[in-house]
Design a protein. Structure first.
Length: 478
């Protein structure tokens, strides 16, 4: 103790100044790193390390969540509606790899698709375009390997190899249309070749599908190929301005394959009808698909809000409405906007251009930022076309949050907003996009702690520099 006392008595003001400055600098670095980690990953690094590495060492055990209870047949539908879901869905309006995503990368130098998103697409292609009987046909065997390839050039090379073995290989034309074609016109040419080959193979499969389970699986695969090709051809027509042709193709496709509603072709049809300003037809589509028993989407909810806003938005004025009150039509429009915002609270900032858009991913998370990007990318023009619609949205959308309980233990019109959307959206959206988070997370304890430590150390350094003798006396007294 005497040695320590002697040592402390010999310390000069310069030492204390250097000590406080170093402490302030190190705590500042930790604070900056913690802030960066929280902005990027949504968690505190120190807290994460403590929970994953230190807690087991000191004998802490995480409480395992209780096993989910089994639901009876009568309760299953209600329970499914009440449970938050974070399933990733195929984007119904996804762009073309070669003609759109690749062109964006060539111009900006930024990769618009994440590895996770492309990996999901590879899995989709294998599920849609392959089956157990592929080994019987050399061209399909080559394409089975092509869908698993990570390198785009290797996939394109494999597609050409498949065409050398069989000039009527529809899936090879699909791959070339998606990835090699650099314009929509070129993609459409490939898809027309795929349609010719696909229809021939589909008819052949129909004639022999009852012979064995293998032939039945082959018919399912050939049906998937045909539906995919017809849908993409309709999307090509829409992008090339032949909108009425695109609408007819989509209607025919929905009529021919009514059981494939899970592919959400009606969302492509909704967007095309909005472009034609065929609002009565849009309302008819909503009457069929905006049903309590069917899965919702941002396209369904916000299109319903847009149609109701259209009836009142041109004459709507917040000042007038505050004096005389809202009319019945205005109340219906505001309620529709609140319903849409509760389903996906990320969309309004993109529609109101308070947040910049990026190219939509190939997969979306319903109620997440990825779905908001995909919806606004295609539908912003339709909101702008209706005079006053964006003004009505701007005046009313934030009122939604006053009706939703907080914390989000229950919803108002939908099941509670799921807590897993941020993590999935960060996987789906490119790194240069700032992911929208709802509800906004409170700053972790360690960010507050490191900020306070940095500020306190900096204050001590300043006092030591200004009053060295006084601070030395204070340090020795402490």
């Amino acid at each position: 103790l005497l040695t320590v006392t002697v040592f402390l008595s010999t310390l000069t003001p310069k030492f204390y100044f250097a000590l406080t400055v170093t402490s302030s600098f190190i705590s500042g670095l930790i604070f900056v790193f913690e802030w960066w980690h929280f902005r990027k990953y949504g968690t505190s690094f120190i807290e994460q390390v403590s929970l994953s590495h230190l807690r087991p060492l000191i004998g802490g055990v995480e409480n395992s969540p209780p096993a989910p209870a089994a639901f009876s047949a009568g309760e299953s539908e209600t329970s499914r509606q009440n449970m938050p879901e974070c399933k990733v869905w195929r984007n119904p309006l996804n762009l073309f790899r070669g003609a759109e995503y690749s062109r964006y990368m060539w111009v900006t130098g930024k990769e618009p698709l994440t590895y996770y998103d492309m990996n999901l697409s590879a899995q989709d292609h294998q599920n849609f375009f392959t089956c157990d009987t592929d080994a019987l046909r050399p061209s399909d065997t080559v394409m089975q390997k092509a869908w698993r390839e990570r390198n785009p050039q290797a996939r394109i090379k494999a597609a050409y190899q498949a065409l050398e073995l069989n000039n009527d290989c529809a899936t090879a034309y699909v791959l070339l249309a998606e990835e090699e074609a650099t314009t929509i016109v070129d993609a459409e040419k490939y898809f027309k070749q795929a349609l010719k080959a696909g229809e021939m193979i589909y008819r052949r499969s129909q004639n022999c599908h009852a012979q064995s389970p293998q032939h039945e699986a082959q018919l399912r695969r050939d049906t998937n190929v045909l539906v995919y090709v017809k849908r993409r051809l309709a999307m090509c027509a829409r992008k090339l301005g032949r909108i009425r042709e695109a609408v007819k193709m989509m209607r025919d496709l929905m009529k021919e394959f009514p059981l494939l509603s899970m592919m959400n072709i009606h969302e492509n049809l909704l967007e095309a009808l909005l472009e034609l300003q065929a609002y009565a037809d849009v309302q008819a589509i909503l009457a069929k698909y905006d049903d309590i028993s069917l899965p919702k989407s941002a396209a369904i909810c916000y299109t319903a809000a847009l149609l109701k806003a259209r009836a009142v938005s041109e004459r709507f004025s917040p000042e007038t409405a505050s004096k005389r009150g809202l009319s019945t039509a205005e109340i219906n429009a505001v309620e529709a906007i609140h319903r849409a915002v509760e389903f996906n609270p990320h969309v309004p900032k993109y529609l109101l251009e308070m947040k910049s858009l990026v190219l939509p991913p190939e997969h979306i998370l319903k109620r997440g930022d990825s779905e908001a990007v995909a919806y606004a990318f295609f539908h912003l023009q339709h909101w702008k076309r209706i005079e006053g619609a964006l003004n009505l949205l701007h005046c009313t959308w934030e009122g939604t949050f006053r009706m939703i309980p907080y914390p989000l233990e229950k919803g108002h019109l939908f099941y509670p907003y799921p807590s897993c959307t941020e993590t999935a959206d960060r996987e789906l959206l490119p790194t240069f996009h700032e992911v929208s988070v709802y509800p906004q997370k409170e700053l972790p304890f360690f960010i507050h702690f490191t900020a306070g430590l940095c500020s306190f150390s900096a204050m001590l350094a300043l006092l030591t520099h200004q009053f060295p003798e006084l601070m030395v006396i204070f340090a020795k007294a402490v």
